[in-house]
Design a protein around this ligand. Structure first.
Ligand code: ARG
Length: 293
């Protein structure tokens, strides 16, 4: 690995499932035992943190805020590449308050020299961060989801801001409302994806650009376990408890799969990838430039 991955997580003290903005969210189940679920969520978040550290990452913890329970999913906060960050515009009112807090956080990173540039998507152009823009290091491009939370118009903004190709993938199934719920890019160039979440054009683009030999199809069970929503760097993969067959398929390809119980967060429709944001992702061009300096 060129350098240690730095991953943002958000402290889960204010996490709860209190509204429904995706079909997985179960406020009824949460409110049967809010204190118990919160305790369990804290334990699960700590286990994810530990698992990422064991895999070799640096984890940076940011505070959450009361009334903004979904801040625990910082993947949605921004798209980050090459020390540049573009902060989200949330489609749902329930999450809109997160924008100014994340903007403030990233400006503080800018002030500390971690980022060179921090901007935000234009008003009215919804885009929900790295949840809908997955960097593909093998192909030097973003795969971008649209049609649920992110607007198609956001893709051009992403392309212009980072000056890299952005491949559009329409999401057609409300259960897979962010690209990261149904699509995972692996360091070896493989793509794990759940076909029923995509349009025919999307599936053709994935197979065409990735090459059939690199495409792994996730099963209904893999998708429902939120295991596709995984964190990968090098040969390490951290994911919500996968079905045994998925773990075996990934291990066959040489990956080390670390499984974490993330059930309280799945009650909100999120898994391991959603709960993190890679802060030091860089393209090959930027890495080369850095090496030459
Ligand atoms: N409850 C959150 C929402 O619906 C979950 C977000 C999960 N994040 C993700 N990147 N898939 O917005």
């Amino acid at each position: 690995m060129a350098f240690t991955p730095k991953l943002l997580m958000v402290d889960p003290s204010h996490f709860e499932v209190s509204y429904v903005i995706n079909p997985w969210m179960k406020p009824g189940a949460w409110h049967e035992d809010p204190a118990g679920h919160l305790r369990q969520a804290q334990a699960c978040s700590a286990a994810l943190h530990q698992s990422l550290v064991d895999a070799g990452a640096d984890v940076v913890m940011a505070p959450g805020a009361p009334g903004l329970p979904d801040m625990v999913f910082p993947a949605n906060a921004a798209v980050v590449l090459d020390r540049r960050a573009i902060v989200a515009r949330f489609a749902c009112d329930e999450r809109r308050g997160e924008e100014e807090l994340f903007l403030k956080l990233f400006r503080s990173y800018e002030a500390r020299g971690l980022f060179d540039t921090v901007v935000q998507y234009p008003e009215g152009i919804f885009q929900e961060g790295a949840g809908d823009a997955l960097w593909d290091d093998s192909r030097q491009q973003f795969w971008a989801g649209y049609g649920q939370r992110s607007a198609k118009a956001s893709l051009q903004v992403t392309e212009d801001f980072f000056n890299v190709p952005v491949v559009p993938l329409e999401l057609i199934n409300p259960r897979f409302y962010h690209l990261d719920t149904c699509f995972l890019v692996l360091s070896g160039g493989e793509i794990l994806y759940y076909p029923p979440a995509f349009s025919a054009e999307g599936k053709a683009l994935i197979e065409g650009l990735a090459g059939k030999e690199n495409v792994l199809e996730a099963t209904d069970e893999d998708a429902a376990a939120f295991s596709v929503n995984a964190v990968n760097f090098g040969k390490q993969i951290v994911m919500a408890r996968p079905p045994a067959s998925l773990k075996a398929r990934l291990e066959e390809r040489g990956y080390r799969v670390r499984s974490v119980d993330l059930d309280p967060f799945i009650l909100s429709g999120g898994g391991a990838y959603c709960m993190t944001l890679r802060l030091n992702r860089s393209s090959a061009a930027a890495a080369q430039k850095a090496a030459a300096e």
